[in-house]
Design a protein around this ligand. Structure first.
Ligand code: CMP
Length: 133
C-alpha cells in the first residue's frame, strides 16, 4: 500500500512501475482514504505500541493506494523492493531508501508473510474488486 506521503508527492506511478518492471501482475488496485476503523484493523498487531496512535493518524491523513500483485515469491520480493522499515537503514535502490522520509513516512507498506498478506488483502478489497486476466 502506497502511504499518504507517497500519493501526495506524486510517487504512485513510480512505485507501481517498479512492481510492473519486476514482472508482477497487478490484480487489484485503488485510490482510497482509510477510515480509522480500517486503519486500526490493518495495523492491529501494533496496537498498544507507542507509535500506534501516530501511525493510525498518519495512514488516515490522506489518500492511500492499496494494490495486490501476483508473482513468484511475491511477498518476499515485494518486501525486498520496499526495503527495511527505517529508510535510513534501507538498502540503496529500495523504495524506502529512494523516497522514504523517516520511519513513519516510509512511503510504502508491504505485508510481511503470506498469511499477513491474506489478512490485509481481505481488509482492503472485496472479491469483486479483483480482475482475472
Ligand atoms: P509499516 O511497514 O507500514 O508497518 C508499521 C509501520 O509503523 C511502519 O511501516 C512504520 O511506518 C511505522 N512506525 C513508526 N514508528 C515505528 C517504529 N518505532 N518501529 C516500527 N515501525 C514504526
Amino acid at each position: 500500500m502506497i502511504k499518504p506521503e507517497g500519493v501526495e508527492r506524486g510517487l504512485v506511478g513510480e512505485i507501481i512501475s517498479r512492481f510492473e518492471r519486476r514482472g508482477f501482475k497487478i490484480v487489484a488496485l485503488k485510490l482510497t482514504k482509510l477510515s480509522k476503523e480500517l486503519a486500526e484493523k490493518h495495523y492491529a498487531e501494533h496496537r498498544g505500541k507507542d507509535f500506534f496512535e501516530p501511525l493510525v493518524a498518519h495512514i488516515t491523513s490522506g489518500p492511500v493506494v492499496p494494490f495486490v500483485v501476483e508473482g513468484e515469491d511475491a511477498v518476499r520480493v515485494a518486501r525486498e523492493m520496499a526495503g527495511t522499515t527505517d529508510p535510513k537503514k534501507a538498502a540503496p535502490g529500495t523504495i524506502r531508501a529512494d523516497f522514504g522520509i523517516d520511519i513513519q513516512r516510509n512511503v510504502i507498506h508491504a505485508a510481511d508473510s503470506p498469511a499477513t498478506a491474506k489478512r490485509e488483502i481481505a481488509i482492503h478489497f472485496s472479491e469483486d474488486e479483483f480482475v482475472e486476466w
